[in-house]
Write a protein that binds this ligand. Structure first.
Ligand code: MV4
Length: 502
C-alpha cells in the first residue's frame, strides 16, 4: 500500500494530485526548481525538496535527481502529473527498476502509443477505426506520391514521433507533396531525432473528441465517456465540455467501446485518453492516445462522479476497479475554461508577472484548480496556465450561464489573462448552439477578438478608482518629498483626456 507519493510536477496539477493524497491519508513530497521556491505545491506538500535551476531540463525533467529524492524521502510511488516526465517510457521503466511505483502505464504502453505508426498498426489490429492512410514510414518518395493519389488530396503528412500538431504538414496540391514530406521529416528529425513520417487522409474541419479510460492490472477496463475539446487555438485547448453536444447515444457507446479496446490492445494500466477526430457526419477515427492524466480531467470527474487521481492510486496499488461499465453514467453537463497568463489582445503573448490581486469565483457548481495567490510571481519558464475553472449545470445552457457568472466573478490583476476572451467564447451564438468544430476560433476571430470600447459606466468607474487611489496616495504622501511633481491617473485623465481602459 502506497504511504507516500512524490509528485514529479509543479503548479496546479501538483496541488490537484496532493489534494487527493491528503484525502486518502497518503503523505506527499514536492520537488521544486529555483523558480518555484514559493510555489503553492511546495507549501501544500508534507515535504519539499529542491531539485535544480529553473529550466525544466535541469529540474523537472531530471529523472536521476527525482528518483534520488524519492529514495531519500522513502516515497513508495511517483505521480508524474501531465507534461514533463508523464509520458516518458524510460522514466516509467527506471521507477520500476528502483522499486518505486510509477503512477501510470508501463514502458510498453507508452512506447506503443508514443510512436504514431506503431499506434496506428496496433489500433488497426484491434479493430479501432484509424484515419485512412499508410501503416509504414514513407521511405520511397515515388511510392508516397502514388499512395497519396490513391488516398486523394488533401492529406496530412505526420511525424511518427510527433503528436499535438508537431511535425505535421497539410498537402492540398500535388506539386507540394515532396516539399511537405521533406520539411515534415527534417522538422521531426530536429525535434525528435526520428525522421519517420506517414500519410493520413485530411479530415476537413474535424471535431476533437476524446474518451477517458481507466484500466486496472487485472484485465478490467472501462471508459468514462467523452470530452469535446474542439475549442482550440494553435493546438492549445481553450475550452472543454462534456457531454459533447454532437454525439448521440449510439455513436457514444460505439466510440467508448473502441476506446476501451484501444487501451486493452496495449495492456494499459491507469488513466488514459483516446483521442478521435470526427467529421460532421459523425464518422470518427483514432488519432492518438495520451498515456497520462489530462489537464481537462475535472469535467469528467464532475459529470461521472469519479476522482480520477484516487482511481490512479488504487490501480497503482494493484486494486481491481471498484465499478463496472454499466455503473457509470453521465449526470448533467460540465465545462472547463483554461485561464492563462496571456494577453489575448497581443497574439496571446505570455504575460508573466506578480499576481497583485486575485478573487476566484465560488458558489454553487463551481470548482477552480489553481495554485497562485496574491504576491506570487508566475515564472516565465513554464506553461503560463494560472488555473482551470470548471462548472457544472443540470444541462448545457445552465452550465454556460454558470460559466459566464463565474468568469464575471473572476478577478485577477497584475498579469494579463484570457478571462475576457473566454467570456466572449461563452457569449458566442455558435458556441451556444453547440455546432462548432476545431475551426471555431479561427473562423470567428473577428468577433472573439473585438476590442472593447470603454463605456460610460466603465469611464465612471475608472474615474472613481483613480480618485480613490489619489486620495490614498495623498494620505500617505510626504508633501515635502513629492512637492508639486506628484501626478496620478485622475489628473492625467482630466488634462489629456486619455481613454481609460480597465
Ligand atoms: C488531423 C486533422 C485532420 N486530418 N489529421 C492536430 C493535432 C494532432 N493531434 C492532430 N491534428 C489534426 N490531425 C487528419 N488526418 C486535423 C488536425 C487538427 C486538429 C485536431 C484536433 C484538434 C484540433 C485540431 C486543429 C487543427 C488540426
Amino acid at each position: 500500500m502506497i504511504q507516500k507519493v512524490l509528485v514529479a510536477n509543479r503548479g496546479e496539477i501538483a496541488v490537484r494530485v496532493m489534494r487527493t493524497c491528503r484525502e486518502m491519508g497518503i503523505r506527499t513530497v514536492a520537488v521544486y526548481s529555483d523558480a518555484d521556491r514559493r510555489s503553492m505545491h511546495v507549501r501544500y506538500a508534507d515535504e519539499a525538496v529542491h531539485i535544480g535551476p529553473a529550466p525544466s531540463r535541469e529540474s523537472y525533467l531530471r529523472m536521476d535527481k527525482i528518483l534520488e529524492v524519492a529514495k531519500q524521502t522513502k516515497a513508495d510511488a511517483i505521480h508524474p502529473g501531465y507534461g514533463f516526465l508523464s509520458e516518458n517510457a524510460e522514466f516509467s521503466e527506471a521507477c520500476k527498476k528502483e522499486g518505486i511505483l510509477f503512477i501510470g502505464p508501463d514502458a510498453h504502453a507508452i512506447n506503443t502509443m508514443g510512436d504514431k505508426i506503431s499506434a496506428r498498426k496496433t489500433m488497426e489490429a484491434a479493430g479501432v477505426p484509424i484515419v485512412p492512410g499508410t501503416l509504414n514510414p514513407i521511405d520511397d518518395e515515388n511510392e508516397a506520391i502514388a499512395k497519396i493519389k490513391e488516398i486523394g488530396l488533401p492529406v496530412m503528412i505526420k511525424a511518427s514521433a510527433g503528436g499535438g500538431g508537431k511535425g505535421m504538414r497539410m498537402v492540398t496540391d500535388e506539386k507540394d507533396i515532396l516539399s511537405a514530406i521533406r520539411s515534415a521529416r527534417s522538422e521531426a528529425l530536429d525535434a525528435f531525432n526520428d525522421g519517420s513520417v506517414y500519410i493520413e487522409k485530411y479530415i476537413q474541419s474535424p471535431h476533437h473528441i476524446e474518451f477517458q479510460i481507466l484500466a486496472d492490472n487485472h484485465g478490467n477496463a472501462v471508459h468514462l465517456f467523452e470530452r469535446e475539446c474542439s475549442v482550440q487555438r494553435r493546438h492549445q485547448k481553450v475550452v472543454e465540455e462534456t457531454p459533447s453536444p454532437l454525439l448521440n447515444h449510439e455513436v457514444r457507446m460505439k466510440m467508448g467501446e473502441d476506446a476501451v479496446n484501444a487501451a486493452k490492445a496495449v495492456n494499459y494500466s491507469g488513466a488514459g485518453t483516446v483521442e478521435f477526430v470526427m467529421d460532421d457526419d459523425l464518422n470518427y477515427y483514432f488519432l492518438e492516445m495520451n498515456t497520462r492524466l489530462q489537464v481537462e480531467h475535472p469535467i469528467t470527474e464532475r459529470v461521472v462522479g469519479v476522482d480520477l487521481v484516487r482511481e490512479q492510486i488504487n490501480i497503482a496499488n494493484n486494486e481491481k476497479l471498484s465499478f463496472k461499465q454499466e455503473d457509470l453514467k453521465q449526470h448533467g453537463h460540465a465545462i472547463e475554461c483554461r485561464i492563462y497568463a496571456e494577453d489575448p489582445d497581443n497574439n496571446f503573448m505570455p504575460s508573466p508577472g506578480v499576481i497583485k490581486h486575485i478573487t476566484e469565483p465560488l458558489g454553487v457548481g463551481v470548482r477552480t484548480d489553481g495554485y497562485v495567490y496574491e504576491g506570487f510571481e508566475i515564472p516565465m519558464h513554464y506553461d503560463p496556465m494560472i488555473s482551470k475553472l470548471i462548472v457544472w449545470g443540470s444541462d448545457r445552457d445552465t452550465a454556460i450561464a454558470r460559466m459566464r457568472r463565474a468568469l464575471y466573478e473572476y478577478k485577477i490583476t497584475g498579469v494579463k489573462t484570457s478571462i475576457r476572451f473566454l467570456e466572449k467564447v461563452m457569449e458566442h451564438k455558435v458556441f451556444q448552439s453547440g455546432k462548432y468544430n476545431t475551426t471555431f476560433i479561427e473562423k470567428y476571430n473577428k468577433e472573439l477578438f473585438e476590442k472593447e470600447e470603454c463605456t460610460g459606466e466603465c469611464q465612471d468607474m475608472a474615474i472613481i478608482a483613480a480618485f480613490l487611489d489619489y486620495q490614498h496616495k495623498l494620505a500617505k504622501a510626504q508633501p515635502s518629498k513629492h512637492g508639486g511633481q506628484m501626478t496620478n491617473n485622475w489628473k492625467a485623465y482630466g488634462r489629456r483626456r486619455i481613454k481609460i481602459r480597465i
